[in-house]
Design a protein around this ligand. Structure first.
Ligand SMILES: Nc1nc2c(c(=O)[nH]1)N[C@H]1C(S)=C(S)[C@@H](COP(=O)(O)OP(=O)(O)OC[C@H]3O[C@@H](n4cnc5c(=O)[nH]c(N)nc54)[C@H](O)[C@@H]3O)O[C@H]1N2
Ligand SMILES: Nc1nc2c(c(=O)[nH]1)N[C@H]1C(S)=C(S)[C@@H](COP(=O)(O)OP(=O)(O)OC[C@H]3O[C@@H](n4cnc5c(=O)[nH]c(N)nc54)[C@H](O)[C@@H]3O)O[C@H]1N2
Ligand SMILES: [Mo]
Length: 770
């Protein structure tokens, strides 16, 4: 059906491209991946003029030896290393970096910053790769060329002129390789600050904190071999077909093996239906699809903890007559506080569980039965679980459930968070943490000969608030698109604009270059697909995937411009300028990244001998104490938690809105206005609603609506003229796209447990546009 009328042009600058036609909504009934994906890949390659280089690069991607790591997502490479496992969105992402288009000095001479500010985000990135360092010239309102040396001198001078190092903040987006990451945190800490916000603060902070508290390590414990051996998979709050597409292969294989696959998501996403395995060419040719689900449960937004509590309660109830429902021996030998947990489960009534989860008891019992009957279970989750007020409690509840049946420390069982950016987990491992442990700082001090600050630094929200107050004056963005990715867009923009200096290390032009401080630098860097030559020869960089595997990534393309520097070189350049007397051998490190790895081997737990081990065919796996049933918790055991259920039922008349990605986007990078698996074309400014919620408000399909959010402090934020789309989503829930909807996320609305912005639970009212 087409929209009756179109007032979308009033909402410039839009994030996505100019729609190619009228908005459409036609529910998608085909299997995920398969030919739809293949067609879409062909279009993307053609658009980026990459028909020759694209396929060649893709054949080198995620290869067991010698290729570069797919910058798409953090899903691990196939452990067997026998076939390439590639996906539509990974290919889109690689070709996005390999485009032949360039943004040179002529471009910036032709367009003022004010003019560019009116462009869509799509148009900005679509100009191609940045080619040389640029500095903002306030007199002309243009970016003008600057040499690397002068650029570094400006950074150094500004940092040295601050009242203290805590007036600077160093953001990381999860693309940065391990070696650059290590140098970056060293720079911040040698300067004297732990102000190291990262995209994790908006992403999996809750997962890390929960796993740390329960198991004493902030990561999942399973690997792909476990996925291949498990009897039951519980997939919660992830849109895998779009955001971790290679998971589809694992799901299809699990189904064929006879494993149970339970999806828990307010939306029935494409991965919860059927797929055609992308690398299975016979399946592709025969249109043969495989199911990827055996049960779908649709909790309300924020209802996961209640649902998991219900499953646990059912298992405990069963154990009264069937002692084998629990793994008593595991509970006794390896866990603490089980009695408290049992009591809280008993005290939580089924009525409360049904009301808070939005799922009836019979269906929860069905899921519980799958869990009870499985010898080995894995629970996997992503942002649908973490970006909530009670994200930490919910992840801990997941661990509680796993502990009941000893689903930990053995093959085919355990917690398995799906991380986001391709190296976001490596960033944390290598020291990006605004709350570093004392042991880490001690080792850093003794190995690197610096005196790192001990007090905690600022995270993402903390940095924005501090910039707004004028307390942080220099913002360095190591990748990413902070201006668009962070919550409360206008507030974040005011914060960035009040800085003395903003520095963005980037591959492409984006909003964060236009929303800048009094002075501003764009420092263009090599991408992951590109050759990185230093004095010591061709360099490689290491990355860590979602399942703690560390491997080397080697670029093979000629750099987009001869003026680009690698990220380690840019960090070292800034460091030398800011710390002229530093004893750290910055330049020496950059000559040969093996030297950085040698230092990392001494500082980082699990990195011993990493230069050798990272060169093994599949790299190495970082030691996982919890996997070996060693728990670095206060009790020395895996700890049950016993939190009460939060009240997540929306107040009458209000809805709980989750912000999420479309199929054709990579965080703030939008490829098109389509969301294939959800049946949407030519539309991003939409809100998915339950049909009854729409009827109650007198709203029909594609009616323009106004969305009002109410923050914890009672203030309101608005999006006007969005189009309503009736969708299979529980009553009281709504969903729409990030980053546009960040306008609705108040800066003060972050979780008291994880400090994560509540991007999956915005309290809103929706009414016909007035
Ligand atoms: N192609 C592509 N790949 C990506 C990204 C990308 O933008 N594009 N981003 C990367 C990054 S940084 C990350 S962190 C990941 C993100 O991967 P996802 O977590 O899949 O990201 P979202 O699109 O935010 O989708 C969240 C999912 O949670 C569901 N959801 C919303 N609220 C709830 C809830 O209360 N409970 C449950 N159970 N589910 C809920 C939504 O219906 C949706 O399916 O993907 C990574 N991979
Ligand atoms: N409302 C809402 N907001 C969200 C979320 C949500 O679900 N809802 N999700 C949050 C999450 S999970 C995340 S991870 C953040 C993402 O936040 P960010 O990581 O800050 O954003 P990205 O869009 O991934 O960054 C894209 C930019 O990175 C740069 N880039 C790409 N490759 C490279 C490289 O190799 N090196 C360098 N230096 N730069 C590069 C390019 O210039 C590109 O424009 O957004 C968060 N924001
Ligand atoms: Mo993320």
């Amino acid at each position: 059906m087409n929209a009756p009328h179109d007032d979308r042009d009033r909402r410039e600058p839009r994030v996505g491209p100019k729609p190619a036609g009228e908005p459409e909504f036609r529910p998608y009934h085909h299997p995920a991946a398969g030919w739809g994906a293949a067609k879409s890949v062909g279009r993307v390659l053609a658009r980026e003029n990459a028909l020759v280089d694209g396929p060649r690069a893709i054949m080198r991607m995620n290869h067991e030896n010698g290729g570069f790591d797919c910058p798409g997502c953090a899903w691990p490479d196939d452990i067997k290393g026998l076939h390439l496992d590639i996906c539509e969105n990974g290919i889109k992402h690689v070709t996005w970096e390999m485009t032949r288009k360039r943004v040179g000095r002529e471009f910036f001479a032709a367009h003022s910053v004010t003019e560019l500010s009116g462009w869509s985000d799509f148009a900005l990135e679509d100009q191609g790769r940045l080619t040389e360092p640029m500095v903002y010239d306030p007199d002309s309102d243009h970016y003008v060329p600057i040499g690397w040396r002068d650029a570094f001198a400006l950074v150094g001078r500004t940092l040295r002129a601050l009242d203290g190092p805590r007036q600077a903040s160093f953001y990381t987006s999860g693309r940065l390789g391990n070696e650059a990451t290590f140098l970056y945190q060293l720079l911040a800490r040698e300067l004297g600050t732990n102000n190291l916000p990262d995209c994790s603060n908006m992403c999996h902070e809750a997962s890390g904190r929960a796993l740390q508290a329960s198991l004493g390590t902030g990561k999942g414990t399973v690997d792909l071999k476990d996925w291949e051996a498990t009897d039951a998979l519980f997939i919660m709050g992830v849109n895998a077909a779009s955001n971790a597409p290679r998971m589809l292969t694992a799901l299809a294989e699990a189904y064929r093996r006879g494993a149970q696959i339970v999806h828990i998501n307010p939306l029935v996403e494409a991965a919860a239906t059927r797929t055609i395995v992308p690398h299975d060419f016979t399946d592709m040719a025969l249109f043969k699809s495989t199911r990827t689900s055996t049960l779908n449960l649709q909790p309300r937004v924020g209802g996961d903890m209640a649902l998991v509590r219900g499953m646990a309660k059912a298992v405990l109830e069963q154990s009264r007559t069937d002692p084998k429902a629990l793994d008593q021996e595991f509970i006794e030998r390896h866990t603490a506080y089980f009695d408290d947990y049992r009591k809280v489960c008993e005290a939580t009534s089924w009525e409360e569980i049904e009301r808070q989860s939005g799922v009836d008891r019979a269906r929860i019992l069905k899921a519980a039965r799958v869990y009870r009957e499985a010898d080995r279970s894995i629970v996997s989750w992503c942002l649908g679980v973490s970006q909530h007020e009670h994200g930490v409690d919910t992840v801990r509840e997941i661990v509680n459930l796993l502990l009941l049946r000893g689903n930990l420390g053995r093959e085919g069982a355990g917690p398995s968070p799906v991380r986001g950016h391709s190296n976001v987990q490596g960033n944390r491992t290598c020291g990006i943490d605004h709350r570093p442990s004392a042991e880490f700082l001690d080792r850093l001090a003794s190995v690197c000969g610096i005196d790192p600050p001990r007090e905690h630094g600022l995270d993402t929200v903390g940095t924005i608030e501090a910039m707004h107050r004028g307390e942080v004056k220099v913002f360095v963005g190591m990748g990413g698109n902070f201006a668009l990715a962070a919550p409360d867009t206008p507030y974040t923009h005011e914060a960035l604009r009040s800085c003395e200096l903003t520095v963005q290390v980037s591959t492409k032009l984006n909003r964060s270059h236009l929303v800048h401080g009094r002075r501003a630098l764009i420092l263009p860097c090599l991408g992951r697909t590109e050759r990185d030559h230093q004095r010591g020869g061709l360099q490689s960089t290491s990355v860590e995937d979602s399942m703690s595997m560390v491997h080397l990534s080697v670029g093979m393309k000629r750099p987009a411009s001869k003026h680009l520097l690698s990220e380690p070189a840019i960090i070292a350049g800034m460091a030398r300028a800011a710390l002229p007397d530093s004893d750290t051998p910055w330049e020496w490190y950059v000559e040969d990244y093996d030297r950085i790895r040698d230092t990392m081997a001494q500082v980082l737990d699990g990195f011993e001998d990493c230069n050798r081990r990272v060169r093994l065919p599949l790299g190495f796996r970082i030691r996982q104490p919890a996997r070996e049933l060693v728990f670095l918790t206060p009790s020395g055991r895996a700890e049950f938690s016993a939190a009460p259920l939060p009240d997540v039922v929306p107040a009458p008349g209000t809805l709980a809105l989750g912000t999420m990605r479309s199929h054709d986007q990579w965080n703030t990078t939008i490829y098109s206005d389509n969301d294939r698996y959800r049946g949407i074309r030519n539309l991003r400014t939409l809100v998915f609603m339950n049909q009854d919620d729409m009827r109650e408000r007198g709203i029909s399909e594609f009616d323009p609506v106004d969305i009002t959010s109410t923050a914890k402090d009672g203030t309101h934020r608005y999006l006007k003229g969005y189009l309503a789309v009736p969708y299979d989503i529980p009553r009281g829930c709504a969903a729409g796209y990030m980053p546009e909807m960040n306008v609705l996320c108040a800066i003060g609305d972050y979780s008291t447990q994880s400090d994560q912005p509540l991007m999956k639970h915005v309290k809103v009212t929706i009414e016909t546009a007035g």
